[in-house]
Ligand binder design. Structure first.
Ligand SMILES: C[S@@+](CC[C@H](N)C(=O)[O-])C[C@H]1O[C@@H](n2cnc3c(N)ncnc32)[C@H](O)[C@@H]1O
Length: 367
């Protein structure tokens, strides 16, 4: 591997070494308690000596009524990428609950097993353990998030995992969200988490904490039923054509803040990715996705990929063919990312009809 590439890969991998705080785990998992009874839980990116996921499930084993807890620990083969996982070999633990009646997981109650390989969640040894699991709960490496979720889907597992909200826009993840196979959990206060880490906290936000790194935009991703996703987003703005800009190449209005979603508009709306935190599939339907420089995808296409009127301007700005764009004070403007949604609950008397597409094309149709 060329020098630069290697460094880049190493940096990327190193950024995966941060550890979740117990209160953050407790705050999220209190909403899922009913799911854990008689279940096998797997934490498969967790050094049990430092993982608060292992701590949480082993100490709450009886309270949750768990059947079994399995925790696997990864040992990176690259010395310089190796952080706190300092045992000679990768291990996995099995805990079947308290046997001596003291309600605490004692060392003699925890079975320690050695992996032949490095404990990579994708290795055959780890996949065998995954097959045994009912629910997977962890904070996996962000750099492998796509593969991690794909594996959970392949083996049809229930899960509650931490990821970055940018993952919502990933080509591999968004269709799962659109098709209600994956949704966001309750999340972190203020949309940011503090993780135990040796990295220097370079974030500019004021709430720096010693020994922690602040990561903004983190969230929980799950496919377990939670109350939150059945709660309606309370809307209060009325639609007026003067207040909402339309895209030039897709028949939808642009919305910069989730709170600006109008209460009485039944056409397609482009909303920021943070909307997913408020998404209730009974209230809204997801139509597609637009990411700057990648264009529209996941079921929709622009109805005027080559807009003659603005062609020069588009070329000047380097807008990629298919990017969702609008005109702001005469300037072609591409929003960074927009999820295209439409209201489900409709009261015919209240609703405004979206403007007919200029060129008579039907919006929302795959063409
Ligand atoms: C973001 S950290 C979270 C650690 C722990 N789950 C927690 O929340 O405290 C991700 C962990 O995944 C581990 N990891 C990296 N690549 C892995 C792989 N291929 N298989 C399993 N674990 C991996 C890293 O060593 C790191 O400890």
């Amino acid at each position: 591997m060329a020098g630069n590439k290697k460094l880049h890969a190493a940096n990327k991998a190193k950024k995966d070494e941060f550890y979740t705080q117990l209160p953050d785990i407790e705050n999220e998992l209190k909403h899922y308690k009913q799911h854990f009874k008689d279940k096998v839980v797997l934490c498969n990116c967790d050094d049990p000596r430092i993982s608060n996921f292992f701590h949480y499930f082993s100490h709450n084993f009886e309270a949750l009524g768990l059947k079994k807890l399995i925790t696997t620990c990864y040992k990176s083969q690259e010395r310089d990428l190796f952080s706190s996982n300092d045992s000679e070999r990768a291990i996995w633990l099995e805990y079947n609950g308290d046997r001596n009646g003291n309600r605490v997981p004692d060392p003699e109650e925890i079975g320690i097993h050695y992996f032949n390989g490095d404990g990579d969640f994708r290795s055959p040894e780890c996949i065998e353990l995954l097959k045994q699991a009912d629910i997977v709960v962890t904070n996996p490496p962000f750099s492998l998030f796509r593969e991690y979720v794909a594996q959970l889907m392949k083996y049809d597992k229930k899960f509650v995992i931490i990821g970055h909200q940018n993952a919502i826009g990933y080509h591999e993840i968004f269709p799962l969200i659109r098709d209600n196979k994956l949704w966001l959990g309750y999340g972190f206060k203020g949309g940011a988490g503090h993780f135990i880490s040796k990295y220097e906290d370079t974030a500019t936000a004021g709430d720096h904490r010693e020994g922690m790194i602040r990561v903004s935009g983190v969230n929980w991703f799950t496919n377990l039923e939670i109350q939150k996703r059945h709660e309606d987003l309370i809307l209060y703005k009325a639609y007026s054509p003067d207040d909402y800009r339309r895209y030039e190449n897709f028949n939808a209005i642009n919305i910069d803040k989730t709170s600006d979603i109008p209460i009485n508009y039944d056409g397609v709306m482009g909303v920021p990715i943070t909307f997913m935190d408020k998404y209730n599939p009974e209230q809204f339907e997801i139509i597609g996705l637009g990411i700057a420089s990648l264009g529209l995808e996941c079921g929709v296409q622009p109805y005027k990929p080559e807009h003659k009127k603005y062609r020069k301007e588009i070329q000047k700005r380097g807008v990629v063919d298919g990017d969702l764009y609008m005109m702001v004070d005469g300037v072609v403007t591409v929003p960074y990312s927009r999820i295209l949604i439409r209201r489900r609950q409709q009261n015919a008397n209240e609703l405004q009809t979206p403007m007919a597409a200029e060129d008579g094309a039907e919006y929302g149709k795959n063409k």
